[in-house]
Structure formats: C-alpha cells, structure tokens
Ligand binder design. Structure first.
Ligand SMILES: Nc1nc2c(ncn2[C@@H]2O[C@H](COP(=O)(O)OP(=O)(O)OP(=O)(O)O)[C@@H](O)[C@H]2O)c(=O)[nH]1
Length: 479
C-alpha cells in the first residue's frame, strides 16, 4: 500500500511556557470569535464551541492545568468582550461561567487519569458524558445569572438555553479534541472503506426528507458502523460533524420536527439533549472496540511469550516459525537445552531462586543466539533454539558457545554464588521439500534423542548426529 509521510506537529509542550500561553490565547480568541459570530445571526446561540474545545485541551494536557494558563484563557475572553461588546460587568460573570465549564471538566478528567495509573485510555466516553452534564449545570446557573443584564430572556429559558447548548457541544466536541491525532502518513483509501461514511450521509439526507423527531436518530446505525470500522479519532470527528449538522438543520427547519410556528427554546432544548444522548453511543462503541482490540493484542502477546523468561512460548515459537521466509537450501539447527540438576536448585535455594535461574539462563541463551535464531521455553527447565546455520558444524559451535557461556557464568542469589550447566541435543538439516514447521518438528525429535545421550554421557555436554566428536576436537585443536 502506497503512503505519503507528513511531518509531526506539536502545538503544546510542557517545556515551552510562552508558546503554550500564546497558543492558548490564540485558540481562545479564535473560538470566542466563532461563537460570537453564531450568536449575532441567531436569537438563540446555536453553538458555543469555545468551552468544550478549551476543556478538551486542558483535559488532554494535564500539565496545562495551572492557574496562569487558566488566567490567560479567561483574560482572552474578557479582552474579546471589551473590544467587541458593551457588556461591562456582565462579561466578568458570563466568562466566569465559561471557565466553570472548562475547569470542572478538566479537573474531573484529570482525576480519572490519576486513578487510571500509568496507562490511561484516550477517553472514557460514558464518564465524559456525565462530566459534561455536571459542568453544564454549574456553567448554566452562572451564565443565566450573568446574561440577565444583557439578554431579554428571563432566567428559566436562559438557563435551559445555556444548559442544553453547553451539554450538547460538550458531548460532541470533547471526545474529538481529546482524541484528535493528525495522521503520520496519508494512505490510499479504498472505495469499500468509505461505505460507512456514505451510509452516514444517506441517513442524514433521509432525516431531512422524512422529518419529525424520530428522524434525528436515523444516522445512529451508520455512526455505529463507523465506530466499528474506523479508529476512535475518526469516529469522534464524524459524530461531531453529524451532531452539529443536525442541530443546524433543525434550527433552520431543514429537518422539520413538525412543530407549528417558529422553533421555540423548548424544542431546541429537547433537540440538543436528544442529539447529545445519541451522539455518545458511537463514541462508547468506538472506545469499546479500541479497548477490545488492545486486549486482544495483549492476550496474543502473552500467549506468544513465556511470562517468566520473556522468550517465546511453545505456541509463540510455532507462530514465529510460520512467518520465517522459506528457503529449501537453508540449513537449520534445532537445539533442545535442559538445565542440569535443576531440581536441586529448587530444593536447596527455593522455588523463587529456581525462577531467577531460569530467567537468567534464558537471557544468556538469547544473548549468545542473537539475531541468528529463535529461543523458546518448551516447559519446566527445557528450552529450544531454532537457528539458521551454515552447516552442522556451525550449529554445533553455536550450541557449544551457549554451553560454555552457561558453564562459566556465576549467578548470584541473595549474595550467594550459584553455578549451573546445561545439556544440549542437536538436530540439523536443510528444509528441502518440507515446510519450516515439518522440518522443525523432525529436527526436534532428533534433538530430543541427542539430549538424552548428552544427559547419559554425564551432562554439561552437546551431542549431535551429524558431527562426530572426534572431528570437532580435531577442528578445535587446529584452530
Ligand atoms: N522454580 C521453578 N522450577 C520449575 C519450573 N518448572 C519446572 N520446575 C522444576 O524443575 C525441576 C525439573 O527437575 P527434573 O526434571 O528432575 O530435572 P533436573 O533436576 O534438572 O535433572 P536432569 O534434567 O536430569 O539434569 C522440577 O523440580 C520442577 O519442579 C518453574 O517454572 N520454576
């Protein structure tokens, strides 16, 4: 698949205080301007994205939650009002209510992150939903009091308007800001991958055509399909676009809720709450799918590797062998290694010491074998090495390197020196017409037979069919 790399872009960084301050000021001003524009053209403010965007930024970057950064955000809001409105003192309260939403959400998400430990997930969708609800209530109370002086609405409609707007934009925008990641590369997209988006567009069009309150739920199944197919950030973005589009379409009577007369606060209140409740479902599905995929990766990793010694497990070795490129003329050496008198390590020093020796032994073997082969624990104190070698002699020498390394190593257990040795049986040959797994299994049987001989010959020995010990000694003498 062809792809184009794009450079990484970092906006906030813990070390760059001035840059963070400038970006916070610029983003606050930008989204304040967007919200103010939407206010000017509508009697009811359709969207006030600023609070959710800023809450998302503060929740995402824990280290931004400092008094001076909050102050920059608040200051930018006040400055915008001073320049563009005559609100006077009311501006202090209205913008304080914006800060209430931002700080409550950020603090609640931060509390979750602390409790989640070292590996928190990107978001907990259900919690975000309730955090938006709590933050919207407090924000709306203060906002409705503050806007009494500048707005013709009385307290209750104003409270409903503030609350529904804060809650719905929060639920739609927060997951998006908290998961937003720019792709590191652009990959070609196949037509089939676009089907969920196509279905989503069709479902919004169907909502416009059919109308009525129920039509707002039409995009739900398409969004859930998107949640299953696409990564979390894409699902969050699609949910935001769909939810915002529905609110705009309802406000402009393009989606007709079958109400007589102009749209009232009560209908917009209900629409916003309904859409927020629907919008959280695909995000929940998407986070669940991401969590399941993560779990599957961890489970398969656990099954492939031996928990104690960190080398391959038996099944992991077979999986790794299947992935090896097949080359009929490749010579392969399979070694079966069994630690000598391991039972006495357990008996004399305890099981914990036995575990330590197994781990240290596996590390030694891995270091000697390196990139030349795969190391696996077959069970107990028995290990296997499957290595690409030039010929039987090359394989024998690799086995001898392991045996000598183990023999010369002094393990330390609670300040006590410990020595151990290993017996190795070898099976070796080329793949010929066999596949890697068949060849490995046959060589393993051979290795098992020679391991038995190595043990019988007194242990701390390497035994193989294809290398006569006299030849080896001859080789060593002439080396
Ligand atoms: N500590 C520890 N011991 C294990 C583990 N798995 C198996 N063993 C022990 O390994 C020992 C194997 O003993 P034996 O099969 O008698 O072999 P040995 O003492 O190494 O003797 P030879 O192989 O004949 O040289 C047993 O005591 C098992 O309990 C493990 O994961 N941890």
């Amino acid at each position: 698949m062809r792809s184009i790399s794009i450079p990484r872009l970092t906006v906030f960084s813990e070390a760059h205080i001035l840059r963070n301050a400038l970006f916070l000021f610029a983003i606050t001003t930008l989204f304040y301007a967007v919200g103010a524009m939407l206010r000017l053209v509508q009697e009811l403010s359709l969207f006030w994205p600023l609070n959710a965007v800023m809450a998302g930024i503060f929740a995402r970057y824990v280290w931004l939650n400092r008094l001076h950064y909050y102050a920059i955000c608040y200051g930018a809001m006040l400055l915008f009002d001073v320049v563009t409105t005559q609100w006077g003192m009311a501006s202090l309260i209205i913008n304080a209510s914006n800060m209430v939403f931002i700080v409550i959400v950020a603090q609640l998400v931060m509390r979750d992150k602390h409790q989640a430990g070292s590996e928190p997930g990107p978001i907990n969708a259900l919690r975000l939903f309730y955090y938006c609800l709590i933050a919207a209530v407090f924000c709306a109370l203060l906002g409705a009091i503050g806007s009494e002086g500048i707005d013709r609405q009385s307290f209750m409609p104003s409270l409903a308007d503030w609350f529904s707007e804060q809650f719905s934009t929060g639920v739609l925008i927060l997951p998006c800001v908290m998961t937003l990641t720019l792709p590191h590369e652009i990959t070609r997209i196949h037509g089939k991958q676009l089907l969920p988006v196509l279905f989503l567009v069709l479902s919004v069009l169907a909502a416009i055509a059919v109308g009525g309150a129920g039509s707002l739920a039409f995009p739900l199944s398409a969004l859930i399909w998107c949640a299953i197919r696409y990564p979390l950030p894409v699902t969050c973005a699609l949910t935001l676009i769909t939810g915002a589009a529905e609110i705009i379409l309802v406000a402009n009577s393009v989606i007709n809720l079958a109400v007589s007369g102009p749209l009232q606060t009560a209908q917009l209140f209900s629409t916003r709450l309904g859409i927020a409740t629907l919008a959280i479902s695909p995000v929940i599905v998407s986070t669940s799918v991401a969590a399941i995929n993560n779990l599957m990766r961890q489970v398969s990793l656990r099954a492939d590797f031996d928990f104690l010694t960190r080398v391959y497990s038996r099944s992991g070795l077979y999986e790794a062998l299947k992935k090896q490129p097949v080359n009929a003329s490749q010579h392969m050496t399979v070694m079966l290694l069994d630690i000598d008198f391991f039972k006495s390590v357990n008996d004399n020093h305890g099981h914990e010491c036995g575990d330590y020796v197994l781990t240290a032994f596996a590390r030694q073997v891995r270091e000697v074998v390196g990139e030349q082969g795969l190391v696996a624990r077959m069970g107990g104190e028995e290990f296997v090495v499957a290595a690409k070698t030039l010929d039987p002699l090359d394989g024998y020498q690799l086995a001898e390197n392991i045996r000598r390394r183990v023999e010369s190593t002094v393990f330390h257990w609670r300040q006590q020196p410990l020595r151990t040795t290993v017996s190795i049986g070898i099976g070796s040959g080329t793949l010929d017409t066999r596949d890697t797994i068949d060849a490995f299994n046959e060589l393993l049987v051979e290795a098992d037979e020679y391991l038995y001989r190595a043990k019988k010959a007194g242990r701390n020995k390497t035994c193989a069919k294809s290398v006569a010990e006299t030849d080896i000694r001859h080789e060593e003498a002439s080396a």
